[in-house]
Design a protein around this ligand. Structure first.
Ligand SMILES: [Fe+2]
Ligand SMILES: [Fe+2]
Length: 294
């Protein structure tokens, strides 16, 4: 991001205060982290997973509800966790776990970003769905890693929200009249943007480097072309913003750079196809998005 010769607005509170808020956030559910670890171990059995997940009724309920949803078209109602886990694929289990664990963090109203309570949830799930479409399109071999990064890519907004709200006039002035991106305006007004704050949250929650680095990079065109996970996450986010799903006051000046297309080996026609597939898949997933919340 090039800010040479630009006037930087000095924050009137310290970054220490913003970073202090990170330590006050609840941790990401340990049950989910443990289950994700188990799923990466080829020796794990369904029973091992059941032993961990049975202590979290909300996640168990979500697994059962989603297994019984129209998406899977089962003839008989599944009522036990081990049957559900045996029926689902490994990536599906991971995605349900990550989405269930993330929902409490993502279903908040974010005044600073002009987002209603459902907007961040819809935007995050749509980014996860878009990431899945892109992975299938280009043959990326770790879709659940990208899905995790996608679901939590904007988690920094839940901490920065109050600070953005307090500096909204300055940020909107920089992002609107002066032509900066919203993320650049956050940096200029606050000394940090939601990407670096989100990345720090995920590092504190013990997510792997590939994931929190991609979250760190998702608005920085110089950084997100440097590794594939970051590039895929950045593109997923841009496509979902282009589709207008769950966007707030920061939903403008997102464009796909030629370098990003080149790094991912994509052409214009691929982008049109991915936009269409994402919209279709997001519309189809509407029932599931609501199931998590009910
Ligand atoms: Fe973002
Ligand atoms: Fe986003």
């Amino acid at each position: 991001m090039n800010m040479d010769n630009q006037q930087v607005v000095q924050p009137d509170f310290t970054l220490d205060y913003i970073y202090e808020q990170l330590t006050k956030l609840p941790t990401f559910p340990k049950v989910v982290q443990k289950a994700l670890e188990l799923l990466d171990d080829p020796n794990t059995t369904t029973q091992d997973l059941v032993e961990v997940l049975k202590f979290d009724p909300a996640i168990t309920t979500n697994i059962l509800k989603i297994t019984n949803s129209a998406r899977f078209g089962l003839q008989k109602q599944v009522t036990s966790l081990d049957t559900a886990l045996a029926l689902l694929g490994q990536n599906q289990i991971k995605e349900i776990l990550v989405a269930s664990g993330s929902l409490p963090f993502l279903s908040r109203e974010l005044y600073g970003y002009g987002m209603r309570p459902e907007d961040l949830w819809h935007h995050s799930m749509a980014t996860g769905i878009c990431a899945e479409c892109i992975c299938a399109h280009i043959g990326f071999d770790d879709p659940s890693l990208l899905f995790t990064a996608a679901i939590l890519h904007d988690v920094g907004k839940i901490v920065l929200n109050l600070f953005v709200g307090a500096k909204l006039d300055t940020i909107m002035d920089l992002a609107g009249r002066e032509g900066f991106t919203f993320s650049e305006a956050e940096w200029m007004a606050l000394g940090a943007d939601h990407a670096i704050i989100g990345s720090e949250i995920m590092r504190l929650w013990d997510f792997p480097l590939d994931i929190y680095r991609a979250v760190r990079n998702h608005h920085d065109p110089d950084l997100y072309v440097q590794d594939k996970v970051s590039a895929l996450l950045a593109l997923s986010n841009i496509l979902v913003v282009m589709l207008g799903i769950g966007v707030g006051t920061d939903g403008f000046r997102h464009k796909i750079s030629p370098r990003l297309m080149e790094v991912l080996g994509l052409k214009k026609d691929d982008i049109y196809e991915l936009l269409l597939k994402t919209w279709q898949a997001f519309t189809d997933a509407h029932e599931i998005l609501e199931l998590y919340k009910s």
